[in-house]
Design a protein around this ligand. Structure first.
Ligand code: ATP
Ligand code: MG
Length: 394
């Protein structure tokens, strides 16, 4: 019954001259989200509103699911749009709407009329009263409740007239593309896809980097990361994923440095390489899935040691989350099932039995001096041979 949707978005932070940037980004992301959906859509901006009109048949469920992944959308209202052909016609359209949408009339309602076009011959109050009366006449079982109605019947008088009574919640946040770009360190685990999702929700476009260590990590482990990026891309739009061959660096560290420091030193080189790509491609910060105390490499001491090599901000949106809370988000966004597939990522292979939990930065730096001979060359090689994959949502 619905041929159009009215999109509600948050007003905060989009006042003034940035408003059109916000709206344009939202329209762009809506188009991207609807691309794989069965149906054809036309999206228009109009007086602080975004409308999606459907051209021909479309899949309602799929459309709704896709729109619920677009950051910046606060509510999705399936709307019936009618021409203004006088009050009697409007009353009839409203009655038709209620008939189709609510076969069971044993409900309470309230009319909430608003005029964006002030030359309409009735005031909002007059419309509320007159339409309410027509509805009560048409349906004996229905009754009015102005405080807590089952049906809040919105009537908006604009160029056309909008009739709607449902606001399906969107994900909130800001449209991707309104807040710069960040470089996500994406592993095959549970945490980093959630971290990417959370930062993207604030309007940040996401690039990603994955470090693999063939033959110690398999093609399937890499495919798993690509699959995770595909799921995250449903929310963020296409993700440019750098796949870095980290094997030689890892082996070299393994050969030269104390094994209990291995993870920290590896992490530091990952950060350096990630930062290189971030600078090269215009990202303004790094993003990781770290959370305080989750494992030895994520104690406050370890995070300080990892962070010490970075010159850009490192965003760790999961920093205060328990694992269970992270899992809940990953289930909600659809990455969990893929994350728990059993393909090893490069860190588990070289993991020490007793990793340091309180690394001392000076000691770590001294260990790293043993790498001086070859490490710069190896980093250069890793950067130059990195593969770039453009990951689209599927
Ligand atoms: P995740 O579930 O995201 O893998 P984790 O709990 O396994 O996290 P670690 O393995 O300690 O934690 O990794 C911490 C963070 O470092 C990850 O969230 C991710 O951002 C980054 N990271 C770890 N391994 C890799 C990798 N192979 N490639 C890219 N980033 C990585
Ligand atoms: Mg991991």
């Amino acid at each position: 019954m619905f041929k159009a949707f009215l999109i509600k978005y948050g007003e905060i932070g989009i006042k003034g001259k940035n408003r059109h940037l916000f709206e344009d980004a939202l329209v762009h992301q809506i188009k991207y989200a609807l691309k794989p959906v069965d149906g054809e859509f036309s999206i228009t901006k109009e007086q602080g509103r975004i409308y999606i009109e459907t051209l021909g048949d479309y899949d309602y469920e799929e459309t709704m699911e896709s729109l619920q992944r677009v950051f910046g959308i606060v509510g999705i209202c399936p709307v019936v749009q009618v021409e203004d052909e006088g009050f009697d016609k409007l009353a009839q359209d409203v009655i038709d709407y209620l008939n189709k949408r609510y076969p069971d009339k044993n409900k309470t309602f309230k009319v909430n009329a608003r005029r964006a076009r002030k030359n309409y011959p009735m005031t909002s109050m007059e419309l509320n009263a007159a339409l309410g009366e027509k509805i009560l006449d048409a349906f004996p079982e229905i009754s009015v409740d102005v405080h807590n109605p089952d049906i809040m019947l919105n009537i908006e008088i604009r160029g056309k007239i909008n009739i709607y009574s449902e606001i399906i919640p969107g994900p909130g946040g800001m449209p991707v593309g309104t807040n710069g770009k960040g470089m996500l360190l994406l592993s095959g685990g549970i945490d980093s896809p959630v971290a990417g999702y959370m930062v993207a929700k604030r309007g940040v476009k996401i690039d990603a980097v994955y470090f693999h260590a063939p033959p110690y990590t398999s093609e399937r482990a890499k495919q798993k990361v690509i699959d995770l990026a595909k799921i995250v891309a449903r929310y963020t739009g296409p993700i440019y994923l750098k796949v870095v061959n980290f094997t030689d660096i890892q082996l070299y560290i393994y050969e030269k440095c104390p094994h209990e420091e291995l993870t920290i030193i590896m992490r530091r080189y990952m950060m350096k390489i990630a930062e290189h790509f971030a600078k090269e491609t215009g990202s303004l910060g790094l993003i990781t899935g770290e959370s305080i105390g989750q494992v030895a490499s994520q104690t406050m001491h370890s995070l300080a040691a990892t962070n010490e090599v970075c010159t850009m901000p490192v965003y760790r949106p999961l920093i205060g989350f328990d694992k269970q809370e992270i899992i809940e988000v990953s289930e909600k966004i659809g990455t969990y099932e893929t994350s728990i597939l059993p393909f090893e990522d490069c860190c588990t292979i070289f993991v020490a039995k007793h990793p340091v939990t309180k690394p001392n930065i000076n000691i770590i730096k001294r260990s790293e001096q043993k790498l001086e001979e070859k490490i710069d060359e190896m980093m250069k090689e890793a950067i130059e041979t990195a593969e770039t994959i453009v990951v689209e949502a599927e």
